[in-house]
Write a protein that binds this ligand. Structure first.
Ligand SMILES: [Fe+2]
Length: 484
Protein backbone atom coordinates (compact mmCIF):
# COMPACT_ATOMS: atom_id res chain seq x y z
CA UNK A 1 0.00 0.00 0.00
CA UNK A 2 1.32 3.39 -0.93
CA UNK A 3 0.22 6.75 0.30
CA UNK A 4 -0.44 8.59 -2.96
CA UNK A 5 -0.14 12.03 -1.46
CA UNK A 6 3.26 11.22 -0.01
CA UNK A 7 4.76 9.34 -2.91
CA UNK A 8 8.34 10.37 -3.59
CA UNK A 9 8.60 13.13 -6.19
CA UNK A 10 9.72 12.43 -9.75
CA UNK A 11 13.45 12.67 -10.38
CA UNK A 12 14.35 16.28 -11.22
CA UNK A 13 14.61 17.23 -14.91
CA UNK A 14 18.12 16.75 -16.26
CA UNK A 15 18.51 20.35 -17.43
CA UNK A 16 18.92 22.94 -14.66
CA UNK A 17 16.14 25.52 -14.43
CA UNK A 18 17.31 28.83 -15.96
CA UNK A 19 17.32 31.86 -13.66
CA UNK A 20 14.83 33.73 -15.90
CA UNK A 21 12.46 31.24 -17.43
CA UNK A 22 11.48 31.91 -21.05
CA UNK A 23 7.77 32.06 -21.93
CA UNK A 24 6.51 28.58 -21.37
CA UNK A 25 3.39 26.53 -20.96
CA UNK A 26 3.56 27.06 -17.19
CA UNK A 27 2.12 30.55 -17.82
CA UNK A 28 -1.12 28.74 -18.70
CA UNK A 29 -1.49 28.01 -14.97
CA UNK A 30 -1.57 31.71 -14.07
CA UNK A 31 -4.82 32.94 -12.55
CA UNK A 32 -7.18 35.04 -14.66
CA UNK A 33 -9.07 37.79 -12.83
CA UNK A 34 -10.86 39.44 -15.76
CA UNK A 35 -14.41 38.71 -16.78
CA UNK A 36 -14.77 39.55 -20.45
CA UNK A 37 -17.46 40.12 -23.07
CA UNK A 38 -16.42 40.73 -26.67
CA UNK A 39 -18.83 40.80 -29.58
CA UNK A 40 -16.33 39.83 -32.24
CA UNK A 41 -12.89 38.28 -31.91
CA UNK A 42 -10.26 38.82 -34.56
CA UNK A 43 -10.52 35.84 -36.90
CA UNK A 44 -8.06 34.27 -39.31
CA UNK A 45 -9.26 31.72 -41.88
CA UNK A 46 -12.85 30.79 -42.58
CA UNK A 47 -15.36 29.03 -40.39
CA UNK A 48 -17.69 26.48 -41.96
CA UNK A 49 -20.98 28.19 -42.78
CA UNK A 50 -22.93 25.57 -40.86
CA UNK A 51 -21.07 26.21 -37.58
CA UNK A 52 -23.62 27.98 -35.41
CA UNK A 53 -24.04 27.76 -31.66
CA UNK A 54 -21.61 28.02 -28.82
CA UNK A 55 -18.74 26.22 -27.22
CA UNK A 56 -19.19 26.58 -23.47
CA UNK A 57 -16.36 25.53 -21.20
CA UNK A 58 -15.75 25.52 -17.49
CA UNK A 59 -12.35 25.41 -15.85
CA UNK A 60 -10.32 26.61 -12.91
CA UNK A 61 -9.25 30.24 -13.34
CA UNK A 62 -8.14 31.53 -9.96
CA UNK A 63 -6.00 29.70 -7.44
CA UNK A 64 -5.26 32.52 -4.98
CA UNK A 65 -7.39 34.10 -2.28
CA UNK A 66 -5.45 36.90 -0.63
CA UNK A 67 -2.16 35.36 0.42
CA UNK A 68 -3.60 31.84 0.33
CA UNK A 69 -2.97 29.45 -2.49
CA UNK A 70 -5.05 26.57 -3.78
CA UNK A 71 -2.81 23.53 -3.97
CA UNK A 72 -3.99 21.59 -7.00
CA UNK A 73 -4.95 22.25 -10.64
CA UNK A 74 -8.41 20.83 -9.86
CA UNK A 75 -8.94 23.34 -7.01
CA UNK A 76 -9.12 26.71 -8.81
CA UNK A 77 -12.36 28.70 -8.81
CA UNK A 78 -14.56 27.86 -11.77
CA UNK A 79 -14.90 30.25 -14.65
CA UNK A 80 -17.26 29.76 -17.57
CA UNK A 81 -16.12 30.66 -21.09
CA UNK A 82 -18.45 30.91 -24.06
CA UNK A 83 -17.35 31.17 -27.67
CA UNK A 84 -20.37 32.00 -29.81
CA UNK A 85 -20.42 31.16 -33.53
CA UNK A 86 -22.77 33.09 -35.78
CA UNK A 87 -22.60 34.29 -39.38
CA UNK A 88 -18.94 33.37 -39.67
CA UNK A 89 -17.99 35.40 -36.59
CA UNK A 90 -16.86 34.41 -33.10
CA UNK A 91 -17.83 36.19 -29.87
CA UNK A 92 -16.33 35.52 -26.46
CA UNK A 93 -17.57 35.90 -22.89
CA UNK A 94 -16.24 34.71 -19.57
CA UNK A 95 -17.59 34.89 -16.05
CA UNK A 96 -16.79 33.31 -12.71
CA UNK A 97 -19.38 30.88 -11.43
CA UNK A 98 -20.94 32.57 -8.41
CA UNK A 99 -20.80 29.47 -6.28
CA UNK A 100 -21.05 29.59 -2.52
CA UNK A 101 -17.37 28.58 -2.36
CA UNK A 102 -16.42 31.55 -4.56
CA UNK A 103 -18.72 34.00 -2.77
CA UNK A 104 -17.47 32.91 0.66
CA UNK A 105 -13.85 33.34 -0.41
CA UNK A 106 -14.57 36.84 -1.72
CA UNK A 107 -16.50 37.77 1.39
CA UNK A 108 -14.10 36.32 3.96
CA UNK A 109 -10.89 37.03 2.06
CA UNK A 110 -9.82 33.42 2.60
CA UNK A 111 -10.43 29.93 1.26
CA UNK A 112 -13.53 28.77 3.10
CA UNK A 113 -14.63 25.51 1.47
CA UNK A 114 -12.63 22.28 1.06
CA UNK A 115 -11.56 21.53 -2.49
CA UNK A 116 -10.06 18.43 -4.16
CA UNK A 117 -6.64 18.91 -2.53
CA UNK A 118 -7.05 22.09 -0.50
CA UNK A 119 -8.54 22.04 2.97
CA UNK A 120 -8.90 25.37 4.74
CA UNK A 121 -10.12 23.83 7.99
CA UNK A 122 -7.97 24.11 11.05
CA UNK A 123 -9.92 22.68 13.98
CA UNK A 124 -10.85 19.05 14.41
CA UNK A 125 -14.47 20.13 14.76
CA UNK A 126 -14.51 21.93 11.44
CA UNK A 127 -12.75 19.02 9.73
CA UNK A 128 -15.45 16.63 10.81
CA UNK A 129 -18.00 19.21 9.85
CA UNK A 130 -16.54 19.71 6.38
CA UNK A 131 -16.72 16.03 5.41
CA UNK A 132 -20.29 15.38 6.51
CA UNK A 133 -21.96 18.74 6.16
CA UNK A 134 -23.17 21.31 3.63
CA UNK A 135 -19.68 22.83 3.69
CA UNK A 136 -18.99 20.77 0.59
CA UNK A 137 -17.70 22.91 -2.23
CA UNK A 138 -19.87 23.58 -5.27
CA UNK A 139 -16.91 24.81 -7.31
CA UNK A 140 -18.09 23.28 -10.60
CA UNK A 141 -14.89 23.64 -12.62
CA UNK A 142 -14.66 20.25 -14.38
CA UNK A 143 -17.42 19.84 -16.94
CA UNK A 144 -20.92 20.85 -17.93
CA UNK A 145 -23.94 19.24 -19.45
CA UNK A 146 -26.94 20.46 -21.43
CA UNK A 147 -30.02 18.76 -20.01
CA UNK A 148 -33.23 19.75 -21.77
CA UNK A 149 -33.34 23.52 -21.41
CA UNK A 150 -30.85 23.56 -18.57
CA UNK A 151 -27.09 24.07 -18.51
CA UNK A 152 -25.37 22.51 -15.53
CA UNK A 153 -21.73 22.88 -14.47
CA UNK A 154 -20.27 20.04 -12.44
CA UNK A 155 -17.44 18.88 -10.27
CA UNK A 156 -17.13 15.75 -8.13
CA UNK A 157 -19.25 16.97 -5.25
CA UNK A 158 -23.00 16.34 -5.28
CA UNK A 159 -24.04 19.97 -5.89
CA UNK A 160 -24.05 20.75 -9.63
CA UNK A 161 -24.62 24.39 -10.50
CA UNK A 162 -27.09 25.69 -13.07
CA UNK A 163 -26.26 28.74 -15.18
CA UNK A 164 -27.67 30.86 -17.96
CA UNK A 165 -25.90 29.97 -21.23
CA UNK A 166 -26.30 33.52 -22.61
CA UNK A 167 -25.24 35.69 -19.68
CA UNK A 168 -23.23 32.95 -17.93
CA UNK A 169 -24.95 34.07 -14.71
CA UNK A 170 -25.21 31.44 -11.99
CA UNK A 171 -28.84 30.57 -11.29
CA UNK A 172 -28.68 28.01 -8.48
CA UNK A 173 -28.19 24.40 -7.46
CA UNK A 174 -29.39 22.10 -10.23
CA UNK A 175 -30.08 18.99 -8.12
CA UNK A 176 -28.47 16.97 -5.39
CA UNK A 177 -26.70 13.76 -6.35
CA UNK A 178 -27.49 10.73 -4.14
CA UNK A 179 -24.06 10.45 -2.55
CA UNK A 180 -21.15 12.51 -1.32
CA UNK A 181 -18.92 11.93 -4.37
CA UNK A 182 -20.01 11.95 -7.97
CA UNK A 183 -18.51 12.42 -11.43
CA UNK A 184 -18.48 15.40 -13.77
CA UNK A 185 -18.76 13.00 -16.72
CA UNK A 186 -22.43 12.03 -16.95
CA UNK A 187 -23.76 10.19 -19.97
CA UNK A 188 -26.91 10.92 -21.90
CA UNK A 189 -29.58 8.23 -22.14
CA UNK A 190 -30.62 8.24 -25.81
CA UNK A 191 -34.09 6.84 -25.17
CA UNK A 192 -35.21 9.43 -22.61
CA UNK A 193 -32.81 12.37 -22.90
CA UNK A 194 -32.01 11.84 -19.21
CA UNK A 195 -28.60 12.26 -17.65
CA UNK A 196 -27.02 9.12 -16.22
CA UNK A 197 -24.38 9.53 -13.55
CA UNK A 198 -22.58 7.86 -10.70
CA UNK A 199 -22.47 8.72 -7.00
CA UNK A 200 -20.80 7.12 -3.99
CA UNK A 201 -22.67 7.14 -0.71
CA UNK A 202 -20.21 6.99 2.18
CA UNK A 203 -21.02 6.15 5.76
CA UNK A 204 -21.26 3.03 7.89
CA UNK A 205 -22.23 1.19 4.68
CA UNK A 206 -20.68 2.51 1.48
CA UNK A 207 -22.58 2.19 -1.79
CA UNK A 208 -21.72 2.73 -5.42
CA UNK A 209 -24.81 4.14 -7.07
CA UNK A 210 -25.98 5.01 -10.56
CA UNK A 211 -28.80 7.45 -11.04
CA UNK A 212 -30.92 8.97 -13.77
CA UNK A 213 -32.11 12.55 -13.98
CA UNK A 214 -34.82 13.23 -16.59
CA UNK A 215 -34.63 16.63 -18.37
CA UNK A 216 -37.33 18.36 -16.34
CA UNK A 217 -36.71 16.62 -13.02
CA UNK A 218 -34.93 17.96 -9.98
CA UNK A 219 -34.72 14.69 -8.07
CA UNK A 220 -32.48 11.85 -9.29
CA UNK A 221 -33.84 8.28 -9.52
CA UNK A 222 -31.56 5.42 -8.43
CA UNK A 223 -31.13 2.78 -11.13
CA UNK A 224 -28.37 0.56 -9.67
CA UNK A 225 -26.56 0.13 -6.39
CA UNK A 226 -23.73 -1.99 -4.99
CA UNK A 227 -22.09 -2.22 -1.56
CA UNK A 228 -18.35 -1.55 -1.35
CA UNK A 229 -15.90 -1.55 1.58
CA UNK A 230 -13.30 0.85 0.16
CA UNK A 231 -14.67 2.95 -2.70
CA UNK A 232 -12.32 3.79 -5.57
CA UNK A 233 -11.74 7.29 -6.92
CA UNK A 234 -14.08 7.59 -9.88
CA UNK A 235 -13.74 10.35 -12.49
CA UNK A 236 -15.92 8.86 -15.22
CA UNK A 237 -17.66 5.61 -16.24
CA UNK A 238 -18.55 3.75 -19.41
CA UNK A 239 -21.88 3.09 -21.11
CA UNK A 240 -22.88 0.46 -23.66
CA UNK A 241 -26.35 -0.16 -25.03
CA UNK A 242 -26.95 -2.72 -22.27
CA UNK A 243 -24.49 -1.89 -19.49
CA UNK A 244 -23.27 0.83 -17.20
CA UNK A 245 -19.54 0.09 -16.88
CA UNK A 246 -17.85 0.83 -13.56
CA UNK A 247 -14.07 0.52 -13.61
CA UNK A 248 -12.47 0.61 -10.17
CA UNK A 249 -8.83 1.56 -10.40
CA UNK A 250 -7.05 0.73 -7.14
CA UNK A 251 -6.94 4.28 -5.77
CA UNK A 252 -9.27 3.74 -2.84
CA UNK A 253 -10.44 5.34 0.38
CA UNK A 254 -11.45 3.94 3.71
CA UNK A 255 -14.29 6.36 4.55
CA UNK A 256 -14.11 5.62 8.28
CA UNK A 257 -10.79 7.46 8.39
CA UNK A 258 -12.13 10.54 6.58
CA UNK A 259 -13.47 12.76 9.38
CA UNK A 260 -10.35 12.50 11.52
CA UNK A 261 -7.70 12.43 8.81
CA UNK A 262 -7.15 16.19 8.68
CA UNK A 263 -6.36 15.86 4.99
CA UNK A 264 -8.10 17.29 1.97
CA UNK A 265 -10.35 14.94 0.02
CA UNK A 266 -7.99 13.29 -2.48
CA UNK A 267 -5.17 12.82 0.01
CA UNK A 268 -7.28 10.27 1.86
CA UNK A 269 -7.08 7.89 -1.10
CA UNK A 270 -4.42 5.15 -1.15
CA UNK A 271 -2.83 3.36 -4.09
CA UNK A 272 -3.29 -0.39 -3.61
CA UNK A 273 -2.08 -2.03 -6.83
CA UNK A 274 -2.47 -5.51 -5.32
CA UNK A 275 -6.24 -5.05 -5.77
CA UNK A 276 -5.82 -4.84 -9.56
CA UNK A 277 -8.38 -3.04 -11.73
CA UNK A 278 -11.95 -4.27 -11.28
CA UNK A 279 -14.66 -3.92 -13.92
CA UNK A 280 -18.32 -4.32 -12.95
CA UNK A 281 -21.24 -4.23 -15.38
CA UNK A 282 -24.68 -2.99 -14.30
CA UNK A 283 -27.65 -3.91 -16.45
CA UNK A 284 -29.27 -0.61 -17.47
CA UNK A 285 -32.81 -2.02 -17.33
CA UNK A 286 -32.64 -4.10 -14.12
CA UNK A 287 -29.72 -2.56 -12.21
CA UNK A 288 -28.28 -6.06 -11.63
CA UNK A 289 -24.49 -6.15 -11.23
CA UNK A 290 -22.27 -8.64 -13.05
CA UNK A 291 -18.63 -9.01 -12.03
CA UNK A 292 -16.27 -7.75 -10.87
CA UNK A 293 -13.90 -8.84 -13.62
CA UNK A 294 -10.26 -8.27 -12.80
CA UNK A 295 -7.18 -7.14 -14.68
CA UNK A 296 -3.83 -5.52 -13.88
CA UNK A 297 -3.63 -2.34 -11.85
CA UNK A 298 -3.62 0.96 -13.70
CA UNK A 299 -5.28 4.34 -13.27
CA UNK A 300 -7.46 6.57 -15.43
CA UNK A 301 -9.55 9.68 -15.23
CA UNK A 302 -11.29 9.26 -18.57
CA UNK A 303 -13.30 6.63 -20.33
CA UNK A 304 -13.23 7.16 -24.09
CA UNK A 305 -16.09 4.87 -25.16
CA UNK A 306 -17.56 1.40 -24.48
CA UNK A 307 -19.61 -1.02 -26.55
CA UNK A 308 -20.64 -4.65 -26.96
CA UNK A 309 -19.30 -6.85 -29.73
CA UNK A 310 -19.39 -10.64 -30.24
CA UNK A 311 -20.16 -11.47 -26.61
CA UNK A 312 -17.53 -9.08 -25.33
CA UNK A 313 -17.76 -5.71 -23.67
CA UNK A 314 -15.11 -3.34 -25.00
CA UNK A 315 -14.00 -0.54 -22.65
CA UNK A 316 -11.53 2.12 -23.82
CA UNK A 317 -9.81 4.43 -21.35
CA UNK A 318 -6.85 6.83 -21.18
CA UNK A 319 -4.74 4.82 -18.74
CA UNK A 320 -1.74 5.71 -16.59
CA UNK A 321 0.61 3.12 -15.10
CA UNK A 322 -0.41 4.25 -11.63
CA UNK A 323 -1.99 7.18 -9.78
CA UNK A 324 1.17 9.33 -9.70
CA UNK A 325 -0.59 11.70 -12.11
CA UNK A 326 -2.73 12.96 -9.21
CA UNK A 327 0.45 14.20 -7.54
CA UNK A 328 1.86 15.57 -10.78
CA UNK A 329 -1.01 18.06 -11.01
CA UNK A 330 -0.28 19.98 -7.81
CA UNK A 331 0.14 23.65 -8.72
CA UNK A 332 3.58 23.94 -7.20
CA UNK A 333 4.85 21.21 -9.51
CA UNK A 334 2.96 22.44 -12.58
CA UNK A 335 4.11 26.03 -12.16
CA UNK A 336 7.68 24.79 -11.80
CA UNK A 337 7.42 22.84 -15.07
CA UNK A 338 7.95 19.46 -13.35
CA UNK A 339 7.34 16.36 -15.48
CA UNK A 340 3.80 15.02 -15.82
CA UNK A 341 2.98 11.34 -16.44
CA UNK A 342 1.47 10.38 -19.82
CA UNK A 343 -1.68 8.32 -20.32
CA UNK A 344 -2.15 5.93 -23.21
CA UNK A 345 -5.19 4.67 -25.03
CA UNK A 346 -5.93 1.27 -23.48
CA UNK A 347 -8.65 -1.24 -24.31
CA UNK A 348 -10.18 -3.75 -21.89
CA UNK A 349 -12.22 -6.59 -23.36
CA UNK A 350 -14.50 -8.51 -21.01
CA UNK A 351 -15.77 -11.90 -22.13
CA UNK A 352 -18.96 -11.78 -20.09
CA UNK A 353 -19.59 -15.53 -20.15
CA UNK A 354 -16.19 -16.58 -18.81
CA UNK A 355 -15.18 -13.45 -16.94
CA UNK A 356 -11.86 -13.26 -18.81
CA UNK A 357 -10.47 -9.75 -19.26
CA UNK A 358 -7.74 -8.64 -21.63
CA UNK A 359 -5.97 -5.30 -21.45
CA UNK A 360 -4.20 -3.95 -24.50
CA UNK A 361 -2.46 -0.72 -25.52
CA UNK A 362 -4.17 0.28 -28.77
CA UNK A 363 -1.26 2.03 -30.45
CA UNK A 364 2.53 1.84 -30.30
CA UNK A 365 2.43 5.46 -29.26
CA UNK A 366 -1.08 5.82 -27.91
CA UNK A 367 -0.52 8.83 -25.68
CA UNK A 368 -3.88 10.50 -25.33
CA UNK A 369 -5.76 12.59 -22.76
CA UNK A 370 -8.93 14.70 -22.64
CA UNK A 371 -10.53 12.29 -25.14
CA UNK A 372 -13.59 13.09 -27.25
CA UNK A 373 -15.59 11.05 -29.74
CA UNK A 374 -18.47 11.69 -32.11
CA UNK A 375 -20.73 11.21 -29.10
CA UNK A 376 -24.13 11.57 -30.76
CA UNK A 377 -23.34 8.94 -33.34
CA UNK A 378 -20.96 6.57 -31.55
CA UNK A 379 -21.40 6.59 -27.80
CA UNK A 380 -22.31 3.05 -26.55
CA UNK A 381 -21.50 1.72 -30.03
CA UNK A 382 -18.53 0.49 -32.06
CA UNK A 383 -16.57 3.51 -33.27
CA UNK A 384 -13.56 4.35 -35.35
CA UNK A 385 -12.23 7.73 -34.22
CA UNK A 386 -11.12 9.31 -30.98
CA UNK A 387 -9.66 12.79 -30.61
CA UNK A 388 -7.63 14.19 -27.77
CA UNK A 389 -4.38 15.88 -26.84
CA UNK A 390 -0.93 14.58 -26.01
CA UNK A 391 2.41 15.76 -24.79
CA UNK A 392 4.71 15.12 -27.73
CA UNK A 393 7.82 16.25 -25.87
CA UNK A 394 7.35 19.81 -24.61
CA UNK A 395 6.30 18.78 -21.10
CA UNK A 396 2.60 19.61 -21.50
CA UNK A 397 -0.22 18.90 -23.99
CA UNK A 398 1.19 20.35 -27.21
CA UNK A 399 -0.57 18.34 -29.92
CA UNK A 400 -4.13 17.57 -30.98
CA UNK A 401 -4.43 13.96 -32.13
CA UNK A 402 -6.96 12.05 -34.15
CA UNK A 403 -6.77 8.31 -33.52
CA UNK A 404 -8.08 5.92 -36.17
CA UNK A 405 -8.85 2.76 -34.20
CA UNK A 406 -9.42 0.74 -37.35
CA UNK A 407 -6.06 1.37 -39.03
CA UNK A 408 -4.41 2.05 -35.66
CA UNK A 409 -2.85 5.24 -36.95
CA UNK A 410 -2.88 8.86 -35.83
CA UNK A 411 -2.99 12.31 -37.37
CA UNK A 412 -1.73 15.34 -35.49
CA UNK A 413 -2.06 19.12 -35.37
CA UNK A 414 0.33 21.31 -33.49
CA UNK A 415 1.80 24.78 -33.62
CA UNK A 416 5.32 25.43 -32.43
CA UNK A 417 5.35 26.58 -28.82
CA UNK A 418 1.54 26.38 -28.39
CA UNK A 419 -0.57 24.24 -26.06
CA UNK A 420 -4.05 23.04 -27.06
CA UNK A 421 -6.77 21.93 -24.65
CA UNK A 422 -9.53 19.37 -25.08
CA UNK A 423 -10.66 19.23 -28.72
CA UNK A 424 -14.46 19.22 -28.79
CA UNK A 425 -15.98 17.46 -31.80
CA UNK A 426 -18.93 19.09 -33.55
CA UNK A 427 -20.59 17.00 -36.26
CA UNK A 428 -21.45 18.65 -39.57
CA UNK A 429 -25.21 18.70 -40.19
CA UNK A 430 -26.29 15.69 -42.24
CA UNK A 431 -22.84 14.10 -41.93
CA UNK A 432 -22.54 10.61 -43.34
CA UNK A 433 -19.03 9.90 -42.02
CA UNK A 434 -18.04 9.60 -38.38
CA UNK A 435 -15.26 12.19 -38.61
CA UNK A 436 -17.21 14.72 -40.69
CA UNK A 437 -17.20 17.89 -38.65
CA UNK A 438 -14.84 20.17 -36.79
CA UNK A 439 -12.76 20.09 -33.65
CA UNK A 440 -12.66 23.19 -31.48
CA UNK A 441 -9.82 23.65 -29.03
CA UNK A 442 -8.64 26.54 -26.84
CA UNK A 443 -4.91 26.89 -27.45
CA UNK A 444 -2.49 28.79 -25.23
CA UNK A 445 0.36 30.67 -26.93
CA UNK A 446 2.96 31.56 -24.24
CA UNK A 447 4.97 33.63 -26.74
CA UNK A 448 2.06 36.07 -27.06
CA UNK A 449 0.74 35.43 -23.56
CA UNK A 450 -2.76 34.92 -25.00
CA UNK A 451 -5.02 32.06 -26.05
CA UNK A 452 -6.79 31.43 -29.32
CA UNK A 453 -9.58 29.19 -30.43
CA UNK A 454 -8.48 26.75 -33.13
CA UNK A 455 -11.11 25.27 -35.43
CA UNK A 456 -9.77 22.18 -37.19
CA UNK A 457 -11.23 19.83 -39.76
CA UNK A 458 -11.90 16.74 -37.61
CA UNK A 459 -11.05 14.37 -40.46
CA UNK A 460 -7.78 15.85 -41.72
CA UNK A 461 -6.85 18.00 -38.70
CA UNK A 462 -6.19 20.87 -41.10
CA UNK A 463 -6.68 24.23 -39.46
CA UNK A 464 -9.74 26.05 -40.83
CA UNK A 465 -9.78 29.14 -38.66
CA UNK A 466 -8.54 30.68 -35.44
CA UNK A 467 -10.03 33.38 -33.24
CA UNK A 468 -7.78 35.38 -30.91
CA UNK A 469 -8.83 35.86 -27.29
CA UNK A 470 -7.69 39.10 -25.64
CA UNK A 471 -5.90 37.34 -22.78
CA UNK A 472 -4.72 33.91 -21.69
CA UNK A 473 -7.36 31.39 -20.74
CA UNK A 474 -5.98 29.22 -17.94
CA UNK A 475 -5.67 25.53 -18.79
CA UNK A 476 -9.01 23.89 -18.08
CA UNK A 477 -10.73 20.59 -18.52
CA UNK A 478 -13.96 20.17 -20.42
CA UNK A 479 -16.64 21.92 -22.45
CA UNK A 480 -19.65 21.21 -24.62
CA UNK A 481 -20.94 22.55 -27.89
CA UNK A 482 -24.53 23.78 -27.72
CA UNK A 483 -26.64 24.40 -30.81
CA UNK A 484 -27.67 27.83 -29.56
FE1 LIG B 1 -12.48 14.89 -16.78
Amino acid sequence: MTDVARRPPHPPPTAPTPAIAPASYVDGFRSLEDETRIEELSLEGKLPEWLRGSLIRTGPAKWEVGAQQMRHWFDGFAMLHRFGFEAGKVSYASRFLETRAYRAAKQNGEITYSEFATDPCRSLFSRIFSVFSPKISDNANVNLVELGERFIAMTETPIPVEFDPETLATTGVAYEAPGILTTAHPHLDRATGSVLNYAAKLGPRNRYRFFRLPPEASKPELIAELGVREPAYMHSFGLTERWLVLVEFPLVVNPISLPLSGRPYIENFRWKPERGTRLTLFDRSTGKATGPFETDACFAFHHVNSYEQDGEVVVDVCAYEDATIVNDLYMERLRAGAPVADSELRRFRIKVETGAVTSEALLDDGRLELPRINYGRCNERPYRYAWGVRNAGSGWFDTVVRVDLESRTTKAWSEEGCFPGEPVFVAAPGATEESQGVLISVVFDPGKGTSFLAVLDAGTLNELARAEAPHHIPFGFHGQFAQR
